[in-house]
Design a protein around this ligand. Structure first.
Ligand code: PLP
Length: 419
């Protein structure tokens, strides 16, 4: 979509902000909140907050247990939320969607369950240098526990996955490739369909960390061809405490449980237990019931905008921000310059000023950004940086936020005398 060329954002950020009560909150700066930290966690529209209150107020009971009216109501709404997630990500069946707490838990589930059952000495797992710790540490743990090898696909100087390196490593016959769809520290959008084709040709399964893509662009796991995908509700306007793992049915069927206890069994004796069918086999204990209903409301809200429009809006803001910042003396930007390969997440460094100081000065102007290693310490090491500052966009941002960010960085340079 040629939104960037027509000179106006596709969405009316100011009008959308009216749906989010947080923007009624004054900031100490006296200026409205410019929230540029949605990659860490998004704000919540009134529709989600009300759905959560309605769930707790009128539809709450434990699920999968009761035979009384209220429990049946809660159960059907919880399962309807599963169907909503399945449709939203293009899954062929809700039975392939497992509710978990967040993307981290989803990735741990695959690593521990699939990895524990399928990996051993001599096997190889590939991850990449651009992963969030959530898609690194679980693989390190399972490699340690099973004796499998773990290697990382290199990244280029401009923050792309090095596809030559990927090809060379795939030639060694890894059993699995775990990668991010969108890097939370670099903003890179990886060519997942192409990478998945390459991985499958080499006989490797693909685990997609979709935590930064599903909230911001159309994602169809079936079209992408991946085998597993992980997402977090709190990054897509939904409540915290709810996320999802999608996996191919035959893979989930063959995997052992992750956590054990109530709900995930069909029969228990003192000698042993038989597992429930998927997805319930992976949902031990009482799940995040109301939060699942809140997530369904978030999906409704996003669908009412349209994911193509969400992506086009963020792309427009990215293009404007990048164009302003790339020419600014003393500012270095991370990740690919092309808007086709870069999501609405911009990591940057301001020469001579620590990212925490940049974020502190921006905060004094009412601008919320993230500073630190962004749970991607290997990325910081790769570019020899202690930390970066990161601005990330969502539906409620507009050009005014971009201008305030750019002005705020200028002010920071003046305060530190580096301008
Ligand atoms: N993967 C990526 C790319 C992320 O950006 C994040 C969070 O920032 C995660 C995984 C982990 O998400 P959560 O903390 O919701 O489990």
């Amino acid at each position: 979509m040629a939104v960037g060329q027509v000179g106006a954002p596709l969405l009316d950020g100011a009008a959308l902000r009216a749906d989010f009560p947080v923007f009624e909150r004054p900031t100490a700066s006296g200026r409205p909140l410019a929230y540029l930290d949605s990659a860490a966690s998004s704000q919540k529209p009134r529709a989600v907050i009300e759905a959560l209150a309605d769930a707790y107020g009128h539809h709450y009971a434990n699920v999968h247990r009761g035979i009384y009216e209220l429990s049946v109501d809660a159960d059907s709404r919880y399962e309807a939320a599963r169907t909503a997630v399945a449709r939203f990500i293009g899954a062929s069946s809700p039975r392939e969607v497992v509710f978990v707490r967040n993307a981290t838990e989803a990735l741990n589930l695959v690593a521990a369950s699939w990895g524990g059952a399928n990996l051993g000495p001599g096997d190889l797992v590939l991850s990449t240098e651009m992963e969030h710790h959530a898609n690194l540490v679980p693989w390190q743990q399972v490699a340690r526990g099973t004796g499998a090898g773990l290697e990382y696909v290199a990244i280029t100087d401009d923050g792309r996955l090095d596809l030559h390196d990927l090809r060379a490593r795939l030639a060694r016959g890894p059993k699995l490739l775990a990668l991010a769809h969108v890097s939370n520290s670099l903003g890179t959008i990886n060519p997942v369909a192409e990478i998945t084709r390459m991985a499958h040709e080499a006989g490797a399964l693909v685990v997609l960390d979709a935590a930064q893509s599903v909230p911001h662009m159309p994602v169809d796991v079936t079209a992408l061809g991946v085998d597993f995908a992980a997402l977090s509700g709190h990054k897509m306007l939904g409540p915290s405490g709810i996320g999802a793992l999608w996996g191919r049915r035959e893979l989930l069927d063959a995997m052992p449980p992750f956590l054990t206890g109530g709900s995930m069994i069909t029969r228990v004796t003192l000698e042993g237990a038989e597992w429930n069918e998927v997805p319930w086999k992976f949902e031990a204990g009482t799940p995040a019931i109301a939060e699942a209903m809140g997530l369904a409301a978030a999906i409704d809200y996003l669908q009412s905008i349209g994911m193509d429009r969400v992506r086009a809006h963020e792309r427009f803001l990215f293009e404007r921000a990048w164009a302003s910042l790339e020419d600014m003396p003393g500012v270095r930007l991370l990740g690919p310059a092309s808007p086709d390969e870069h999501a609405g997440v911009i990591g940057f460094v301001v020469d001579g000023i620590h990212p925490h100081d940049v974020a502190t000065i921006l905060d004094s102007e009412g601008i919320a950004v993230r500073a630190g290693h962004h749970c991607a310490q290997p990325v910081m090491l790769r570019y020899d940086l202690p930390a970066t500052t990161r601005a990330s966009f969502y539906v409620y941002n507009d050009l005014d936020d971009v201008e305030r960010l750019v002005d705020g960085i200028r002010t920071t340079q003046q305060v530190f005398g580096t301008a």
